[in-house]
Design a protein around this ligand. Structure first.
Ligand code: PLP
Length: 405
């Protein structure tokens, strides 16, 4: 199997699993207890919190464990909205956020009277800082812009957005689910108030995430019950999951430079080969060769004109190659990706998209096999496409450059 869907989820690192295992059946105590094995669990949660904080350069008591990235996103938005009701009801976000943000905003708008500004992005997927600043109003309470996009890998100018937010005394949250453990992130340097992340995206287990909340930001829990997580997120801690998150965060930090260098090299190799060997394609997201905007080291996203991305995916799967046509959450839906539409793609190019996301374990040989497979499949699918036939005959113009016929 060739696994190129690491933006959907990653393989839990076997070393991480080994660290988690004792906390299922041996050291299974509830961290709230006072006896030996409970204290062991408590110490393990504390150690995981410290490891996670170290990656972000923040204090351990600014990390609050959650069940996933979506929970962290929900918490940040809903609790900030509630905490700032006296000041206003206006939230600024972007059109290319993950559904965990977009649907939470929609809920707040529909059910709670929030007013939401959804900023457009340019063709690379980058928000315009001038437009962002101009959209701030006296009743703006929160800006939420993702650190990096899950479909096209665009890295947003988070530090500058944080500066703008601070200047206007507005809270700043960033969904860093695709960025934490993939690129360097330092909470203070980036002027972040809140940040969401999820362990299964950086070789940790599923079912564990966290919300960073800067000291002094007064948002409360939206899960009420016991006093866990400094009274801010009730529920008995998922000790094995939290231990796994901490171990994965530490490993990601140690390997970050090497992983980024390797993935960037392989990403650029894959982009170059597809561009050179498959006609009528469009790279979605920032072009590393032009470097107008940052792109996640592991993200490649191409549209193949005259091809249905879903068909391409199924045929890749038959060759044991795992890829994605967009975000895992929206696959299966017939409407084209909101991210690809926001960067200006036509419906037909958006439907022809394929996302390939690499890991530190990906090899050049795997990419060579993948390019060969894509070449063959695209040729076959185009052979069955009436639109491609029309293009060949010169009666239909291609969106991706001039006719080769
Ligand atoms: N935010 C982004 C940018 C994501 O890519 C994802 C998952 O794909 C999430 C949030 C949700 O994370 P989780 O699956 O941990 O709930």
């Amino acid at each position: 199997m060739i696994y190129l869907d690491n933006a959907a989820t990653t393989r839990t690192d076997p070393d991480v699993v080994a660290e988690m295992l004792p906390f299922f059946s041996e050291d299974y105590g509830n961290p709230s207890g006072i006896y030996g094995i409970a204290q062991k669990s408590r110490a393990a949660v504390t150690a995981a919190r410290e490891k996670t904080a170290h990656v972000l350069g923040c204090r351990a008591d600014e990390i609050f464990f959650t069940s996933c990235g979506s929970e962290a996103d929900n918490w940040a938005l809903k609790a900030a909205f509630e905490a700032c009701r006296d000041k206003g009801n206006h939230i600024i976000t972007t059109q290319i956020e993950h559904p965990a943000i977009l649907n939470t905003c929609e809920y707040l708008e529909r059910e709670r009277g929030a007013e939401i500004t959804r900023l457009a992005v340019n063709e690379d997927g980058v928000v315009d800082l001038g437009e962002l600043e101009a959209s701030i109003r006296p009743d703006t309470i929160l800006i939420s812009v993702m650190t990096a996009n899950n479909e096209i890998g665009t890295i947003e100018p988070i530090r500058q957005i944080g500066e703008i937010a601070r200047r206007h005394d507005v809270l700043f949250h960033t969904d860093a689910v695709q960025a934490f453990g993939q690129i360097p992130l330092h909470a203070d340097e980036l002027n972040i108030d809140m940040l969401s992340a999820s362990a299964h995206k950086f070789n940790g287990p599923k079912g564990a995430g966290f919300l960073y909340i800067r000291k002094g930001v007064g948002i409360r829990s939206f899960l009420h019950g016991g006093a866990q997580e400094h009274n801010r997120r009730a529920g008995t801690e998922n000790v094995p999951g939290i231990v796994g998150l901490g171990a994965a965060a530490k490993k990601a930090e140690e390997n970050l430079a090497r992983k980024m260098e390797k993935e960037t090299r392989l990403r650029d190799y894959l982009i170059r080969r597809i561009r050179e060997e498959v006609p009528n394609v469009k790279l979605n997201g920032p072009d590393p060769a032009v470097a107008r905007a940052g792109r996640l080291p592991n993200n490649v996203n191409f549209s193949f004109e005259f091809v249905e991305g879903e068909s391409l995916l199924i045929m890749l799967d038959m060759r044991q190659i795992c890829a994605s046509s967009g975000s895992a959450c929206s696959s299966g839906s017939l409407s084209p990706s909101h991210v690809l539409k926001a960067i200006g793609l036509s419906d037909s190019l958006a439907h022809g998209a394929l996302r390939l996301t690499l890991s530190a374990e990906t090899t050049k040989e795997e990419l060579d096999t993948t390019v060969e497979a894509i070449r063959g499949i695209v040729e076959r699918l185009r052979g069955m496409s009436p639109r491609y036939e029309a293009y060949r005959k010169g009666t239909l113009q291609a969106e991706t450059g001039s006719s080769a016929f």
